[in-house]
Design a protein around this ligand. Sequence first.
Ligand SMILES: [Zn+2]
Length: 247
Amino acid sequence: MSTSTSPNAQQVHELVLANHILALEGVLDAYGHVSIRNPSDSNTFLMSRSRSAEIVADDDILVHDLNGSVAGIPDRELYLERFIHSSIYATRPDVGAVIHSHSDAILPFSISNLPLRAVFHSASLIGSERVPVWDSHTEFGDTNLLVETTAMGESLTRKLENRALVLMRGHGFAAAAKSLINALKMATALPRNARALLDVLQAGGEVTPLSPGEVATHGKADMSTPAAQRQWEYWCRRLGEPYQPVG
Ligand SMILES: [Zn+2]
């Protein structure tokens, strides 16, 4: 039954397309997930049931509460690591979309002292600071490294603070943005940024990161502009989907 807090069909379908885009771009594979805060009820968020991103369909999108639960759905049908999303939304009212990925391109930066920083313009949304690394072992000892509890999600969110990105040692990353298109732009630029950094380091060169001013200037770009929508249109075309402006 539809209620006033039910998401509308376009919002649900945009999230489905985001799943497919992230699979297309190699950011999500069998694992990892993307969510948006429910525009109809900010105390809930929308995310698929436990399916791989490439095959998520509209009917898979479920309304999760900020404890990571879904009314009427057994926990075993939900993503194990949904607490990454629930904890970030509960703590960060400015966040409208979250992506968790196991992208192998960023793995070297989560297990070493190599600093991950934004080095090209498309990656400016990750900020100008060195990206912090959350190590689950610090608080939780020997685990399977998966964020399977609210306590672990809250610990990760504390490491994220007010930033857009946190790496997870030996695991992946969590990205938080004000909108779905911003989250997609950041998560798809991040592996390219990481590979560029590694290429320079392997060649023995020195890295010049974006300056704080460059990051701030790029961060002011309005993602509702035609230039930003062009990215969404490109992805829709590559997926063979009709283009509709993303909200
Ligand atoms: Zn994970």
